[in-house]
Design a protein around this ligand. Sequence first.
Ligand code: BG6
Length: 472
Amino acid sequence: MLHKKLEPFPKDFFWGASTSAYQVEGANAEDGKGPSCQDVKELPAGTADLATCADHYHHFKEDIALMAEMGFKSYRFSIAWTRILPEGAGKVNQKGIDFYNSLIDECLRYHITPIVTMFHFDMPAALDEKGSWSNPESVQWFEDYAKILFESFGDRVKHWLTINEQNMLTLVGPVIGTLHVPEGTTNLTKEIYQQNHHQLVAQARAMILCHRIIPDALIGPAPNIALVYPASSKPKDILAAENYNAIRNWLYLDMAVFGRYNNLVWAYLKEHDATPAFAKGDEETLKNAHPDFIGFNYYNTATVEASLSWDDDINPGADQQSARGEAGFYKGAENPNLLKTEFGWEIDPDGFRATMRELYDRYHLPLLVTENGLGAYDTLEEDGSIHDDYRIKYLDEHIRQIRLAITDGVEMMGYNPWSAIDLVSTHEGIRKRYGFIYVDTTDEKVGSLKRYKKDSFEWYKEVIRTNGECLY
Ligand code: BG6
């Protein structure tokens, strides 16, 4: 749709950026923190370990001052479960509570609204040993952890996100380092979707609890949502796109918002003999929980074609954003209309608008962009500058799409791209940089950890100062 006049960004739009605890904090064995599944996983070859990352744990004041200099209205970060509960359950680590109190207070000092993710890929290792999300008790573990967070920080944190990218935990667990396969598993799909079911119930319980403990807070899920295109106008490709849209996207939000399994997903699970078991009370819990908004991460769309045989040769895909498929359901395809990043992810700003429109049409809840961004190799010049015009271009093109979506009638709360500061990527190290702030460290060796402003820093500052108007 062409528009003659664009609606402005809302006055209270959350311009900010995101990080996650295990990727940015470092200090992963300090001040009583217990290990998470990320700390004990086998690292992908050649990538930095998680002991230091950007050392945000020790540099957070400096980092938040830089975010304030950019004019951030919000900072989305996650809490490391194992800083609060080193064993995942039981004894609380006061030093962990103290750290997040300081982080939150530091944000508020600059009028930056903290948007807190409760769980970002970092299951406590001690709970992994007890079966992780395959254990039905995991629902209670999460609710107990949630209660501590709401009671400790709820007086100041009014925006909560439950589980980051539950869909990626389910679809690409091995890439992210979170797959837990209990001994004796015979049907892996069934096992994974049972774990997924426990997460859905845990999320529902957390949403209910949040509304009870902090009545003036808002809470929502944060899946990775990307509209799935059919590779052609062939009707069978359209059906394949519907299949993958359901499995990749709608399963998670239909449940969070409506409290029901998407029917295509249920049919797919039946086909795999993989429907999850409901515990007593699950159905009611899922129905009674309601998010106040939808947080979502967007990097690019996906494209699929029909898979019409159980023997189809399928490209299993490399990670969160690359083509995947399942024989008999859909087959990942390249989109010839899109360029790619240096790390092979397609770039699709128009797809961002399409995704926002579709999300709003389906759920009619305000949308908060909790991630979006460009991973690239950055070069630190001798004079301390970093010329990341490619990142500016990517962000510029995506922010414009938000404004178009707003003009299309979509209710948008904010934009928190990935990432505020350089950090360690899920599986490609710190060489894949995303931040507005460069951190002097590499995968090979911990560096000075000095912070440098990239060109995108000044650019984003102006975007925020003008509430997006400077782009036009
Ligand atoms: C999302 C995650 O999948 O994308 C982040 O929520 C992640 O944790 C980001 O870092 C970028 O992905 P990657 O694989 O480049 O780190």
